[in-house]
Design a protein around this ligand. Structure first.
Ligand code: SF4
Ligand code: SF4
Ligand code: SF4
Length: 315
């Protein structure tokens, strides 16, 4: 659907029926993509990244390469201006390496790379009422369109991986997140982060290829990887960034969310609530409460008038 920022503002300001419908029925997710129970699958040639914690040495070459390729300013907030040291994803950082260090000294530590997961069924896309976030039908890349974005930051709140970051500074703020180095891909290059990794801890390919590679590593080294499984194969409905980890996934910021995507779960609950008439009942009870309140106030006012004037009012 073609909705520009201007058109969306016009719609909101004139209070058209469609805008009202958006407000009433899509408080959380517009759900256009979830009109049916269809389970989303990644496009056949979906691009992908596979990150293996056992190969990462924490050199942060991928962080620097990402910043350079995306013309992001160095984040020196933690280093007094001397060294690029972003503490988390932010408006200057689309890719970050963090360290998981357990309290027990004899337990395994791990580095972890974080960026947009390019979910198969992204909550940010389903949640954006203005279609500013879209998933490419061929590559599966989730990208942001500034001309449609209203700056509501719903994507930032709804993303289960806490990825999109709002650029607070600047006159025309952007929503910042990894977009898989689309310009590099268009020029026949691979994403910057995957291009520089000295240990091949992060590699680039199609999702099909990398899922097969990850499963092969698991099969060849039973017990090496947590739960002998690939995170992102089906987690949260599947992601295009896949992980192999030697420490529990939740310790490195990969939550256990089951195999169903958030938009799919949400739509099921919404259908249930409507089918059991919960939402209409709540609206009806609220409406009756407001009417009763107004009626009592009106009656009281009329009784006071009768006392003053002696005239019996018509309620
Ligand atoms: S990780 Fe978050 S921002 Fe990225 S596609 Fe998934 S929901 Fe969207
Ligand atoms: S694909 Fe590009 S934008 Fe995304 S993390 Fe890698 S270098 Fe950064
Ligand atoms: S470049 Fe490779 S080894 Fe270095 S921090 Fe990034 S993923 Fe890890």
């Amino acid at each position: 659907m073609d909705i520009t920022r201007r058109k969306a503002l016009q719609k909101l300001s004139t209070g058209t029926a469609s805008a009202a419908a958006v407000g009433l029925t899509t408080i959380a997710l517009p759900g256009e993509a979830h009109a049916s129970d269809e389970v989303k699958v990644a496009p056949k040639n979906a691009v992908s990244m596979l990150y293996d914690t056992t190969r990462c040495v924490g050199c942060k070459s991928c962080v620097a390469a990402c910043a350079e390729a995306n013309q992001l300013k160095p984040d020196t907030s933690l280093s007094g201006g001397l060294h690029q040291a972003p503490p988390d994803l932010n408006a200057f950082t689309k890719n970050i390496i963090k360290l998981y260090k357990p309290a027990a000294t004899n337990s395994a530590y791990s580095y972890v790379k974080q960026q947009c997961m390019h979910c198969v069924d992204p909550t940010c896309v389903a949640g954006c009422s203005f279609f500013a976030l879209t998933k490419n039908q061929d590559t599966g890349i989730v990208s942001w369109n500034g001309s449609k974005c209203m700056g509501c930051r719903y994507c930032e709140i709804s993303c289960p991986f806490h990825v999109p970051k709002f650029e607070w500074m600047g006159m025309n703020p952007k929503v910042v997140k990894c977009e898989f180095c689309q310009e590099r891909l268009a020029a026949g290059k691979q994403p910057a982060c995957t291009n520089v990794c000295p240990t091949h801890a992060v590699i680039f390919g199609t999702r099909e290829q990398l899922l097969a590679e990850a499963k092969k590593r698991v099969a060849e080294h039973p017990g090496k990887y947590y739960q002998d499984r690939v995170y992102g194969d089906s987690d949260a409905g599947g992601t295009q960034v896949l992980y192999l980890s030697h420490v529990p996934f939740e310790k490195i910021g990969l939550p256990e969310m089951g195999n169903e995507s958030v938009p799919s779960k949400y739509m099921k609950w919404q259908r249930k609530l409507y089918s059991y008439l919960v939402v209409p009942t709540v609206l009806y009870v609220t409406m009756v409460g407001v009417i009763r309140g107004n009626w009592k106030e009106h009656k009281h006012h009329m009784e006071e008038e009768q006392k003053k004037t002696g005239l019996r009012p018509q309620l």
